[in-house]
Design a protein around this ligand. Structure first.
Ligand code: GLN
Length: 458
């Protein structure tokens, strides 16, 4: 397969922040030996995997792509990391991201931008651009990402790979550096839908260490993918086209490939209907308030005392507030500061109801839109991102942060509602020859439907 891929093996991507050569090779050798001695091994034993550097790993640094955690080594493994070890998957290393997962381009990493393997002058999406670029360039067959507002799916879309945001609570967040806790979810990055399903089965399932963890077992995803890919696998599947997530603001070639994907579904026997989700138009605004509020609260712990970096004020006046201020001024990048300030303001006394409270109401309305839509269909479909990969440096978000935030318009509603979604490749946009992604969305705890529909369309 690699020989057929013109993007395989491209170097200079800056997909990895840390490469875990020795340990990965020794796990691989152990698996080889076990296999030779006829030991029964888990299905993905020996399959290497890259891990987003927001997930803590014993024995490898974890930075969240921030100067705040430069050189920090976690004393423990996250649940998903423990499960990768139990599955005997060699961990290749830690992948680059926007600092603390805030962004859509990986340009906000404190350790340099990751490049899109399709065109090294373009963004790989974000925040999980490192995981998506590594998978696309055949530097890793699988990777883990995290998705708070689209950070697994939008990078998958713009790199032509597969990315899944599972149902909220379906994969443990224990040992995942929190960005916005009510939205964060870990999920697979891969080159095929079946690969994503197999990885989801490894990392998913109940974890008593995460109070929001569901009790559902993580089974049936791979079999759903195989059923969807089989002859007639999509027959009778009711697919809802989300009216609000097409048209204005979507690049012509993205729209065209999306329409073709819908036609393919129809010709495979799916029943296509149009659904209306009138409150989706408020989702982006609600997300940026809720997310920023939770960011300001979650990142308060980086105080120069408990974790990572400590920067002392140069005048020697060392009160706790001034050490905290100097540490946060030096340790956080501009985007993290912007969101922390916005969130702190939104949560402050006198504004809480007007901002955070209203945003939570919108969140409920978005959930109701999903519920109503899923009465008419099994899965929803939309483009994953409004455009293909744009050139690095082309969005001046200091002048206009909204322009960057608009990238997330199609991915955010699912995070607000906690429902699962998958992005998969839908061909190249005719005008620029770059990958386009489409996403399926399913009701909560119906992740198997994504694998069925995704593998059927793939
Ligand atoms: N692009 C979104 C943001 O900047 C998504 C982030 C994410 O999913 N981690 O908030």
């Amino acid at each position: 397969v690699e020989a057929d891929n013109p993007y395989a093996g491209k170097t200079g991507l800056n997909a990895f922040l840390h490469v875990n050569t020795e340990e990965a090779l020794s796990v691989a050798a152990e698996v080889d030996a076990a296999r030779e001695s006829g030991e029964d091994l888990p299905e993905l034993a020996g399959v290497p995997i890259a891990v987003k550097d927001l997930i803590v790993t014993k024995g490898q640094p974890t930075t969240a792509a921030s100067k705040m955690l430069e050189g920090w080594m976690s004393p423990y493994d996250g649940t998903v990391t423990q499960r990768l070890r139990a599955a005997r998957m060699p961990m290749l290393g830690k992948t680059n991201l926007d600092e603390f997962a805030m962004g859509s381009t990986t340009e906000h990493s404190a350790y340099g931008v990751t490049r899109n393997p399709w065109d090294l002058t373009r963004i790989p999406g974000g925040s999980g651009g490192g995981s998506a670029a590594a998978v696309t360039a055949f530097q890793a067959p699988l990777a883990l990402g995290t998705d708070t507002g689209g950070s697994i799916r939008q990078p998958a879309a713009v790199t032509g790979s597969v990315g899944v945001k599972p149902t909220y609570g379906s994969v443990s967040r224990y040992g995942v550096i929190a960005m916005a806790s009510s939205l964060d979810q870990v999920g697979p990055c891969s080159r095929t839908v079946l690969d994503a399903a197999l990885l989801h089965e490894v990392v998913g399932g109940h974890d008593p260490q995460d109070s929001t963890s569901l009790t559902d077992p993580a089974t049936g995803f791979a079999s759903a993918a195989r059923a969807g890919a089989a002859e007639g696998g999509l027959k009778g599947l009711r697919v809802g086209v989300v009216k609000e997530l097409t048209g204005e603001g979507f690049q012509a070639g993205v729209e065209q490939r999306f329409r073709e994907a819908v036609d393919l579904l129809r010709s495979a026997g799916a029943e296509v209907v149009e659904v209306e989700t009138p409150n989706f138009r408020y989702a982006l605004g609600a997300y940026y308030l809720i997310m920023s509020s939770e960011v300001s609260s979650n990142l308060a712990k980086y105080d120069g005392v408990r974790f990572g970096r400590r920067t002392l004020p140069t005048d020697g006046n060392l009160t706790i507030e001034r050490v905290m201020g100097a540490t946060r001024a030096a340790g956080f990048g501009a985007e993290v500061k912007r969101r922390t300030i916005l969130g702190t303001y939104a949560l402050s006394a006198g504004y809480y109801d007007a901002y955070y409270g209203s945003a939570q109401k919108v969140r409920t309305l978005v959930q109701r839109d999903f519920n109503a839509a899923f009465e008419k269909c099994d899965v929803l479909i939309s483009p994953t991102a409004p455009t293909t990969a744009f050139p690095i440096g082309s969005v001046d978000e200091h002048a206009d942060p909204m322009q960057m935030y608009l990238n997330d318009v199609a991915t955010i509603p699912t995070n607000l509602a906690g429902v699962p979604a998958i992005s998969l490749p839908a061909g190249l946009a005719p005008e620029d020859g770059l990958p386009v992604g489409v996403q399926f969305m399913a009701p909560a705890r119906e992740d198997a439907r994504l694998y069925c529909a995704g593998a059927g369309l793939e």
